[in-house]
Design a protein around this ligand. Structure first.
Ligand code: BG6
Length: 309
């Protein structure tokens, strides 16, 4: 691209456009050519590309762009719940709402801005949502791409209610993989997990690393803050670093469930794996005026380079 980071105007590298359905989206670029795209619908990350322009997140070819519905892929933001409980919509309403660009966010540490292409988005409680979740909040999301091409997401949720409230949360991350049967997750072995395929039964993981040969729908509890998803065929590793997010949801629908999902191709389960940094088992409790922060940083390294261990 011929630009050095020293003269690169990171602000100017943030472009607001419209997607094919006329919905606002923000494109972030780095001087080295990495990029990310964020939709104002749900603040969903819809693309993350490395310096070679290769896509790193899965999006279904069958995804349905319906008014105010998250699309199938990328990183939908799940709040104020992950899963399905009570009268709230599955995985919460935040992913199905229009967010605004936040022109004046409260400051973050300088490290979260310097040398990064970023945008701040904001969702506030609406009267409509208060009917099923009667709590006032401000949800600020900073999405950044670093000069190394890492994708960083910082969520700050503030209670502006008169009373405490609690919530669960997930970055529902659809990683693009070469072949699910060649994938290994490291960092979750020996942990307890809740198995959604068996009424949330609590099971202790026995294997050395997590591999895939059938449907998986689990929530690993109290995991380390760094985990790795190794893609043997592509010879690359996704490194997932998280803070404030103790749990990790792991999901692959496999063959039968794929066929039952209208917005998902029958064979697409082979090219995706959801590994979601989350707070699920013990919801976050926020007193009036308090703020919670949950950080996710995704990077890709060659599999021989084991910086996470
Ligand atoms: C996973 C859940 O995280 O998300 C699954 O554990 C669910 O049970 C999947 O089917 C997809 O959810 P949705 O709402 O995007 O279809």
């Amino acid at each position: 691209m011929g630009h050095s980071a020293a003269v690169w105007d990171f602000r100017a590298a943030t472009e607001i456009t419209k997607d094919q359905n006329g919905i606002g989206q923000v494109v972030l670029r780095t001087p080295q050519g990495a990029s990310a795209r964020v939709s104002l619908l749900g603040a969903q990350i819809t693309s993350w590309r490395n310096e070679q322009g290769e896509e790193l997140l899965f999006t279904s070819s069958k995804t349905i762009s319906k008014a105010l519905k998250a699309t199938r892929g990328g990183i939908p933001i799940c709040f104020p719940q992950f899963g399905n409980c009570g009268s709230l919509e599955l995985h919460g309403f935040a992913r199905n709402r229009m967010w605004a660009v936040d022109e004046n966010p409260p400051p973050l540490p300088a490290n979260d801005s310097n040398g990064k292409s970023f945008v701040d988005l904001l969702l506030k409680s609406s009267e409509e949502d208060m009917k099923c979740w009667p709590h006032s909040f401000e949800f600020r999301l900073r999405v950044s791409v670093t000069t190394d091409g890492d994708l960083s997401l910082i969520s700050r949720i503030r209670n502006i209610n008169g009373k405490p409230f609690s919530f669960s949360f997930a970055y529902h991350t659809y990683l693009l993989v070469s072949d699910i049967s060649e994938i290994r997750i490291e960092g979750l072995e020996t942990l307890d997990y809740l198995d959604n395929l068996f009424q949330k039964e609590r099971i202790t993981e026995q294997g050395d690393a997590i591999t895939f040969e059938s449907e998986v729908d689990r929530v690993y509890l109290s995991s380390p803050n760094v985990i790795a998803v190794l893609d043997h065929e592509r010879k690359q590793t996704y490194v997932i670093k998280k803070e404030g997010l103790p749990d990790v949801a792991v999901w692959n629908p496999w063959e039968k469930k794929s066929k039952s999902m209208v917005d998902f191709g029958d064979e697409e389960y082979k090219q995706m794996l959801c590994v979601d940094a989350a707070v699920i088992e013990k919801p976050v409790n926020l007193k009036p005026g308090e703020e919670w922060t949950g950080r996710l940083q995704l990077s890709v390294v060659p599999s021989s380079f084991c910086s996470y261990c």
